[in-house]
Design a protein around this ligand. Structure first.
Ligand code: ZN
Length: 559
């Protein structure tokens, strides 16, 4: 039992903004004062300290084949030793962290939940094996659906019941959490060396379009009432002028409604927010996108903020990765996953003086600043935009115009011409940044016990040496940037795992997966599945992950 005493709490979900209060923890949950025996509590003195729910990273690439290929391609990453072995395990990596490092480094910035945002379905045993090797944080994985042959087939046949049954089957087999869609139709076209260029391009051999795939998946997802909405990486990622595709895509869900959350989450929007017609005249489309997101009540986004320095692009968007390889001349790896999707990996370095990189950096910040704080989640699309260990930098930048002015001095002047960043006066408050890193991502994912400190929430808590009554984030951005990197405490499931910025204990989180089988007629797709597996290289009975293989699965049943 814990008694966190006199902390200054910011908890947007419960409308608490800087109130001095006590928090009580029992059996891994936050409970009422009357539930604990104070004499038996471990007392944590949080006087003059900021008390928040643990951070929730709803979009990162932390497990499975892509990140492993990335590690193989960048042996130099392993030169950075983060922690030597002792009571805990050795952990390494500059940006591409080893599995132990992923869990430790999240905890070291006060984050306690992380979602692997693109798992190839056939690779899900590997994804879960690696998620199980990540300590501390709670986890989940999103299998990719947007280029899966059965999805094309049921979309073309306009058979929503079968599509729903297929989603339920696939989530159970992959132990997946929700429906991820990457460049719908484009990765299939890539198998023939092509791509799709608009929402109305036809997917080779299937006669369906990205417009139809997205719309049908969103409708099926909503009829199933899954905790999370469709999580979409739009078409035309990384193409100048693509902000129009992004806006057109968001408008596909106009008029659709869900009382608890968005019906569409568009991810790492920075990469899909480019105006202009080529790399010569590329500019920011962030303002236009922000207007649309702010005007809709059923769409959320995350930033995909680039961080200057090393990164490694890895996405299920295989055709884009080929383009990136051609643009940068960097090493490239391509992966095709039979009838399901693909992926590409390209190491990159974001340089402040490079006009395109500086533009990307500015666009990410514009989105974070211009979109309402209950609609935009802070992310770097780790490791595509850079390491999540730099989230404190982004938080500080969002809160301080002065810090941005200082940073603007070291970046390419192209930013002044092609974006409005220098003219944006917005300074997000601590409360808003807490929304963007805690309450909003938890709501977007549909995880009711995460991202807040109300009674019943998981006891995932971060305590920082920041007194909101005394620190002015606008002027003291250095304090914000430094203190969010070294929580005084990170508490996971009621256990202290970080003390003064250092890992002191290793715990193991759960892996959430969603079971929607009760909502559908599983028999309806039995024949279809048999005929797919007749020609597939893995037999049906050998496909997927059983939950007894996993360290700590938590099934969330949809009723
Ligand atoms: Zn991603």
């Amino acid at each position: 039992m814990l008694w966190i005493k006199n902390g200054i709490v910011i908890d947007p979900k419960n409308g608490i903004d800087g109130e001095k209060m006590d928090i009580f923890v029992k059996d891994g949950k936050i409970v009422e004062e009357s539930e604990v025996n104070k004499n038996e509590c471990q007392v944590i003195d949080a006087n003059n300290k900021l008390v928040l729910a643990g951070g929730v990273d709803m979009h990162a690439h932390i497990a499975g084949s892509k990140i492993n290929t990335g590690r193989t391609m960048r042996p130099e990453e392993m030169r950075i030793v983060r922690q030597t072995a002792g009571k805990l395990r050795a952990s390494m990596g500059r940006v591409l962290l080893t599995s132990p490092a992923i869990g430790y480094e999240y905890a070291k910035i006060g984050y306690t939940t992380a979602v692997e945002a693109a798992s190839p379905p056939i690779g899900s045993p590997h994804t879960h094996e690696e998620l199980d090797a990540i300590p501390v944080v709670d986890k989940a994985a999103l299998p990719v659906f947007g280029n899966w042959h059965p999805v094309f087939k049921f979309t073309a046949e306009k058979d929503r019941e079968k599509l729903k049954a297929f989603i339920a089957w696939a989530l159970e087999r992959t132990k997946g959490f929700g429906v991820k869609v990457v460049n719908p139709g484009g990765v299939e076209a890539w198998m023939y060396g092509g791509n799709v260029r608009s929402l109305d391009d036809e997917v080779p051999n299937f006669g369906v379009t990205p417009r139809e795939i997205i719309t049908e998946l969103v409708k099926a997802n909503e009829e199933l009432n899954l905790p999370h909405s469709v999580h979409l990486h739009c078409n035309n990622l990384g193409v100048p002028g693509n902000y129009q595709t992004t806006i057109e895509t968001m408008k596909l869900v106009s008029g659709m409604k869900n009382d608890d959350r968005q019906v569409l989450h568009v991810t790492h929007v920075q990469f899909n927010a480019y105006a202009g017609s080529s790399w010569r005249d590329v500019a920011s489309g962030a303002e236009e996108i922000a207007k649309v997101v702010n005007s809709m009540d059923n769409v959320t986004i995350d930033m995909g903020q680039p961080i200057f320095g090393h990164a490694t692009a890895m996405t299920g968007d295989a055709p884009f990765q080929f383009t990136l390889h051609k643009l940068t001349g960097a090493r490239w790896s391509n992966k095709d996953s039979e009838i399901e999707g693909g992926a590409g990996i390209v190491p990159i370095v974001y340089l402040p003086k490079n006009p395109v990189h500086a533009l990307q950096w500015a666009i990410g910040l514009e989105l974070g600043l211009l979109v309402d704080s209950d609609k935009v989640v802070l992310s770097t699309d780790y490791p595509n935009g850079g390491p999540y260990t730099e989230y404190p930098y982004i938080m500080a930048m969002l809160m301080s115009k002065r810090m941005r002015e200082k940073e603007l001095e070291r970046v390419s002047p192209y930013v002044q011409k092609a974006t409005s960043l220098a003219a944006i006066d917005v300074e997000k408050t601590l409360y808003e940044v807490v929304q963007m890193t805690r309450s909003l991502p938890a709501r977007v994912l549909g995880l009711e016990n995460k991202g807040h400190l109300g009674v019943g929430a998981d006891a995932d808590i971060a305590i920082y040496n920041i007194n909101p009554a005394e620190v002015d984030p606008s002027a003291q951005y250095d304090v914000i940037n430094a203190e969010f990197r070294r929580p005084v405490y990170t508490i996971k499931g009621g256990e202290v795992v970080v003390r003064d910025g250092a890992i002191v204990a290793e715990t193991w989180g759960r892996t959430y997966w969603v079971d929607a089988r009760k909502k559908v007629d599983m028999q309806a797709i039995d024949e279809d599945l048999n005929s797919f597996f007749e020609y597939y290289s893995v037999e049906r009975r050998n496909y997927g992950v059983d939950d007894y293989w996993m360290r700590s699965p938590e099934r969330l049943e949809v009723n």
